[in-house]
Design a protein. Sequence first.
Length: 127
Amino acid sequence: MSNIPAELRFAESHEWAKKDGDLIVVGISDHAQEALGDVVFVELPEIGKVFVAGDTAGVVESVKAASDIYSPVGGEVVEVNEALSTSPEGLNNTPYDSWIFKIKPSNADADLAKLLDAAGYKSAIGE
């Protein structure tokens, strides 16, 4: 049974999003990291890159597979978690503390409203 924090919003592609002031913090869910297995590499998006919700923003590679990371909201990437470059296993150890990037959203409320709440995500992954 995955740990699913109630304060987060989730994309069906297993990214989580959390409002932090004017920014949205993005990571991957506990369910996603469990399915991937041991994460060995994270390709971070470029700072300044602009995405629309659903765009491919990066890649997580594990011993089992490579999986795209999608931006759950539209906007401009303003910060990336450089620690994942040297310690990608942070995504396995603490998936809800190990964020991947922060985005300055173009329409935070509308984009977040389209994402699943914790109960909806739990249902989507069959728990």
